[in-house]
Structures are given as C-alpha cells and as structure tokens.
Design a protein. Sequence first.
Length: 254
Amino acid sequence: MNFYSTETVCAITGANRANLRRWLRGGLISENHVNKDWSRHQVDEVLAMMALTAGGATLWQIYQGRHCGLDYSSSGWVARRGDLLRQLELGSDRELARTVRNLAGDYSSDDFVNVLMKPLNRWLRDDTRRGASRRLTRFHEAIVHHSDCVKRASARQQQMPLLLEVVSTGDETEVWLEAIRLTGQGFCVDVDQTSQPMLYGSESRHDHHLLWCGAGISHERMTQFQRGLRSGKPVMLSGPDRSIHPAVAAAKVA
C-alpha cells in the first residue's frame, strides 16, 4: 500500500494542513492507524471533501449528510458571506476572528480567498449603506489578524519561506488575502511594505519572491524584476495590475 506525507497530500489535493486537521477531528476523514502518513484511501476522502466544500458546504452539513441519515444539502457561499456580514455588524472582535478562523479551516485556501473573501471584500468596498466604513475597517483588521495567525503557525511548521513584496496597492486588503492564500499553499509568507526594493545581488533567506502589483509597476521596478529573472532569481510578478505606470512610486535601483 502506498503512503503519502502531509506535504504531498496538500500538493495533490489543494487542501491545507488546517483543513486536514479539522476534517480528521470531525470524523470526515478516516484515521490511519498504521503510521503517521496518509493512505491512498484517505487521499481519496480528502479529494471528496474538496469537492463538497467547493460548493460552500459547512462541515456540519457534510457530517449530517454522511452520518445522520439526512439528505445532503448546502446553503452555499451566499450563506457563508451572510455569516461574516452578521459578525461584522453585530459580533465582537473575538467572535469575528473565530468565524474567520473556522471558515479558513473548512475550505481550501483558494476557495476561502478567491470564492468567499475577495468577492465579500469587493462588496464591502462598494457598499454605501450606513455603517459601511465601519464594516470594511473591521473586515480588513480581521484579515490582517488572521494572516498574522497563519504566518506564526507556518513558521512553527518551518514551511517554505516566501517574500511578498508590495510594489503598489489598489486595495490593501487583497495583499493580506493573498498572503493567507499562499500560506495555505505551504509557504511561510513575509509581507514587505517598506517600498524599498530588494537588491538581487544580496542573499535572501526566502526561497520565493513575489512582487505584488496592485496598481501597476514603475519602469524602474520592472527593470529590476527583469534583471532578477536574467540572473536566475526565484522572482515573479503577482497582483491584479502588472502594467507599467511611470507614476508608480519606486526607488531607483543601481
């Protein structure tokens, strides 16, 4: 029988460590009593869980469908956004943080960020109703807090170090959402907002380096990025706007 490490299971399925822990504790993945690695049967169970949670089902809904003889049903992502909006409006900071943490543990980091949190972030930014500014501020603070929490956990697990260097921002919350998503992919993410570009001739403790372009990139920073590529550095562009804008502030690189 083949067995797989946790890192391999995460790479194969797209689940993260927090998912696996919660699904095991909830009895949604069978225990492996042979060793600490994962069997092929468990990997298939994780893939099945990924398919179910991709629609926004909660772990309780999945558990009821599997173990209580009830027909499986899911209230979907709309309900999950509703859960968060209620906490943003009425919940304490601790309750909001717990809701975010639990949702992050239920879903893959890609689904949690791309399907749930990013659309909610855009909706909050477009909201003009009374209290919109307060809700948006609380949402941003909750995302930054959760990013800090998962970073500490990834550092304890000695995950692969990655630098997310902020070149420009159109929406600061998206930077921290991307940090959360990347952490779920198995990285320990450091976010650098200093606007001081890394000199590629220097040594770095990071195995990967992403330049976040939320509102474009300057000619100078693009030149630096291309120089890094030519020298074989593990650097990539990321973010929603990677076009060159001369007005984007950036320090000149020698």
